[in-house]
Write a protein that binds this ligand. Sequence first.
Ligand code: PEP
Length: 251
Amino acid sequence: MRQPLVAGNWKLNGSREGVKALLAEIKAGMDAVKKAEVAVCPSFVFIPQTRRALEGSAIVWGSQDVSVHESGAYTGEVAGSMLADFGCKYAIIGHSERRSYHGESDALVAEKFEAALKAGLIPIFCVGETLEEREQSITEEVIARQVDAVIERGGVAMLGKGVIAYEPVWAIGTGMTATPEQAQDVHAFIRNRIVQHSAAVADGIRILYGGSMKSGNAAELMAKPDIDGGLIGGAALKAEDFLGICIAANN
Ligand code: PEP
């Protein structure tokens, strides 16, 4: 059985006061969350504060990116070892906003996947097609290319140490959620692609859905057999909305 994971991607949001209040509210609602693992991924600067607030609780935390470098003259970068030092469990890798605004290629994302693992972090590896790609009926081709880049770099065993997040770019922050059927089709495609390398990895790996998931649509998405939780953007910034999704993941 794959334990559901609900991870909040806070993106470029927050303040010390806001983070304090949000974490306190999420913590206070965790009694109702029995089954799902819950993670929050704040901006780098809020990670020490998040650690202090969450240590000893059931909630884990992670980063939104990681450097491929371990140390040295790389201004502005944050190494996996630094994140691990501050108790991060997860690192989001290859989010579509990094792929599009920062030009991250499949090869760089695969390198980041490996760097995260080396530091003891679990990559939450994002894949997904743009609207244009979906309209051109090349969704599977795009997803296959993104997944294969990690397998080519480190083999299927490396991929199996991470979590995959299927995030159709057209659904991120738009309110246009994929239907449960659309999402399930792509999740099943990903799992079947991994089966070609290892049935055990395909069976064990968690594949999250991300893209305008809310408490109102989370249950029907997560009821699908290959959807093992969610990567949540906008709805992760309000405790009530985020907890609603975490509770939906219980069923
Ligand atoms: C995301 O950016 O990872 C995401 C899923 O955003 P939203 O939930 O706001 O669509």
